[in-house]
Write a protein that binds this ligand. Structure first.
Ligand code: C2E
Ligand code: CA
Ligand code: CA
Length: 683
């Protein structure tokens, strides 16, 4: 460092010498005027502007001011000086080489004894660098704002405290709020960094000038409830003193990419309820296993395990209890099968086991036995003891099946296992595959049949056994198949129920029944309509049925609904309120196929029943007079009596049966002996 001034103790300089040195070496310009003309100017002006003092002395002070400088302030400043006040002013001064430079000046008035302005002393500091930086900044700010407005990328300008000053249209769209709403809010709250800790560190580095920009991933929870992900790029703009004037936040919408990334992450993760491999990863493992197996020519099997009636566990004990059972099951499976199989949760109450090396049912037996035993072990949940069973579907790898193909085949086998009464294993083979194909075909045809309204209703009379007079009818659906002709429900009802298509069929049946009640004179008394468990369990069924009934304009008391005993037992939802609503309208309610299920008397008492129908199988076996069926049939007639509801015996094919049933106490009967189901004929 160069010391301009000798140190005070070693140099006994006079005041004038000091002053001269200072004046020559200073970067300031100091001058004095007499009136408005320069009367004295410090020699430093030569260094600063290039002028020799004598070139300026005697000239008007305003001559120093650049012609590029607007001078509107000159008069105002003079008035202030005349009043005896100091003035300060930024101005552009002429350099001798023709350039100009910015100075910040302070003028101090020199007053005569009468207070009039004699002249002034001005000292001016070079601020050229500073002003030019500032101007450039202002220019770039303007340019930047102009560019920002139309940018496709979302931009927000924030101050050093992260408060929003301005946003562009793209940012308004990204954040889902208007520019007016956004102004003043903290950017951080609107687009929150995914990793706040590392963001805070980066932000500190940015503010301290250690870095000029950084990127981070942000999460935006919009007011409409949707979540958006952004790739935020933050950079600073600093003023001439290096202070942060604003922060530029640019956000790229990466919501879609993040979605993909999260899905990828999920694929690698574990099911949180059971701690087992989740669906995606167990499928991936199966693919791997298939690849490995193919390379050495071994076998591989999959076993799909579905807990029977799991829904009723959830309904009665709650989802937390359901989850607890699933978690425990997962543990038991892993413990039971050890290294013989890989266990994953396939979804809901379904588990998928990969069993390498198994190529025949016999080779599966071990694992199947262990799985069945693991399910069958009692659970204690919420102080309740629960015993479960599971249905199992298995399939083996063939050179042509993919992982998903194998699982699909196992699922077909599983459906078959459930259909055959649950709690058993079915193995996928060609017989099953044909059955599956047949079912799919019927399902497809049923879909079209619903669209084309191919269903018709037949009626079978219900007879009073004392008089043999018809008093009511049962509606029985028939499918007018385009090629097979008229088809009874046994061929399609089950498939319709499993696929949910029964809802559409039931609607058409009810519509036609209501229409017939309204218009036919042949249809006397009540009409009984069959409703399946699937329909009863559907949350929309009641509303849809009520709509059909009210729109038809019939008296609801003309209707009776028949639900099978097993349907009453198996519906998951609490259907009692639905049934009460129907009863309140005067609609009858019968339990169908009575005697085949295992419903308790209390169940009958709890439901608002109007009747029960003795299952045909009892009537079939009636000829054996002392058989147990007869005793039961007699007992059930007394039960109906005791409950004060109608008893109807179904499937009466002979006069003897009719009389025997009447003698047992059955009031009503139905069967081929009286009439077969038939279409309505108007008389
Ligand atoms: P279900 O409700 O028990 O109906 C009585 C069945 O017994 C009818 O068979 C009827 O034709 C038959 N049947 C009547 N009298 C005799 C007889 O003397 N001897 C013999 N062997 N059979 C007799 P269908 O019409 O084939 O209906 C079969 C089942 O399909 C019905 O059993 C019912 O559960 C169901 N179903 C019929 N229509 C509908 C419907 O519209 N919706 C629903 N969900 N199920 C229906
Ligand atoms: Ca029936
Ligand atoms: Ca029946």
């Amino acid at each position: 460092m160069v010391n301009i001034l000798p140190s005070p103790d070693s140099s006994p300089l006079t005041t004038e010498e000091r002053y001269r040195l200072l004046a020559e070496n200073s970067s300031e310009i100091v001058y004095q005027t007499q009136g408005l003309d320069i009367s004295w100017i410090a020699p430093s002006v030569t260094r600063v502007l290039g002028w020799e003092p004598h070139e300026l002395i005697g000239q008007p002070a305003v001559k120093l001011i650049s012609q590029h400088q607007d001078r509107t302030w000159v008069d105002a400043n003079r008035i202030k000086l005349e009043r005896g006040e100091d003035v300060s002013q930024e101005m552009l001064l002429n350099a001798k080489d023709g350039g100009d430079k910015w100075f910040s000046g302070v003028a101090h008035p020199i007053q005569g004894d009468d207070g009039s302005l004699q002249g002034f002393i001005v000292s001016m500091r070079d601020i050229d660098q500073k002003v030019r930086t500032r101007k450039k900044l202002q220019e770039s700010e303007q340019k930047f704002r102009a560019a920002m407005v139309n940018a496709a990328v979302a931009v927000a300008l924030t101050d050093a405290n992260d408060r929003i000053i301005d946003v562009n249209e793209a940012m308004v769209r990204f954040l889902g709020r208007s520019a007016k709403e956004l102004r003043g809010l903290k950017m951080d709250d609107l687009a929150t960094p995914e990793d706040p800790e590392s963001d805070a560190a980066l932000f500190d580095e940015l503010m301290s000038g250690k870095r000029e920009s950084y990127r981070t991933t942000t999460i935006t929870e919009r007011l409409d409830g949707k979540t958006y992900f952004g790739d935020l790029n933050i950079s600073t703009v600093r003023d001439e003193d290096g202070q942060v004037t604003w922060i530029i936040n640019q956000i790229l919408d990466i919501t879609e990419q993040v979605g993909v990334r999260q899905r990828l992450v999920q694929m690698a993760t574990i099911d949180s309820t059971t701690g087992l491999l989740n669906r995606a990863s167990i499928v991936e493992r199966l693919e791997e296993s298939i690849r490995e197996t193919l390379s050495w020519g071994g076998n591989i099997a999959v076993l799909l395990v579905d807990v029977d009636r799991f829904r009723s566990i959830n309904d009665s004990l709650g989802h937390a209890a359901g989850d607890q059972i699933l978690a425990e099951l997962g543990e038991r499976f892993e413990r039971a099968v050890g290294k013989r199989a890989i266990v994953g949760r396939y979804g809901g109450d379904e588990f998928l086991l990969i069993i390498p090396g198994a190529g025949t049912e016999r080779e599966l037996a071990n694992v199947v036995g262990q799985v069945t035993a693991a399910v069958g072990q009692e659970f204690t949940i919420a102080e309740r003891r629960v015993v479960l069973t599971a249905s199992l579907g298995a399939s083996f790898h063939t050179p042509l099946t993919s992982a998903l193909g194998m699982i699909q085949e196992a699922a077909v086998a599983l459906t078959e296992a459930k259909r055959q009464g649950r709690a058993q294993l079915q193995v996928f083979d060609t017989v099953l595959s044909n059955a599956a194909r047949y079912r799919l075909q019927v399902e497809q045809e049923l879909r079209e049949a619903i669209d084309r309204k191919e269903f018709v209703v037949y009626y079978q009379p219900i007879i009073k056994l004392e008089t043999f007079q018809p008093i009511a009818n049962e509606a029985l659906v028939r499918w007018n198949h385009p090629t097979d002709g008229l088809t009874g429900p046994v061929t399609f009802i089950e498939i319709a129920e499993e696929s949910g298509l029964i809802l559409g069929i039931g609607r058409q049946v009810l519509e036609q029944v209501c229409r017939d009640i309204k218009t036919s004179t042949a249809l006397k008394g009540k009409v009984a309509v069959n409703v399946s468990a699937v329909e009863l369990s559907d949350p929309g069924w009641l509303d849809s049925a009520l709509a059909i009934i009210t729109e038809s304009g019939i008296d609801p008391r003309r209707l009776t609904i028949e639900i099978t005993e097993t349907a009453v037992l198996s519906t998951g939802r609490d259907i009692k309120t639905d049934l009460a609503i129907l009863r309140n309208l005067g609609i009858g309610l019968m339990v169908d196929d009575f005697g085949t299920g295992f419903s308790s008397i209390s169940l009958l008492r709890d439901l608002p029943l109007t009747g029960l129908k003795l299952d045909r199988s009892f009537v079939d076996k009636m000829l054996n007079v002392d058989g147990p069926e007869n005793k039961l049939a007699q007992g059930l007639a007394q039960l109906a009596d005791a409950l004060n509801i109608h008893g109807v015996a179904e499937g009466i094919e002979s006069q003897e049966q009719a009389i025997a049933l009447r003698d047992m106490g059955w009031t009503y009967g139905q069967g081929y002996h009286f009439a077969r189901p038939a279409p309505l004929v108007e008389n």
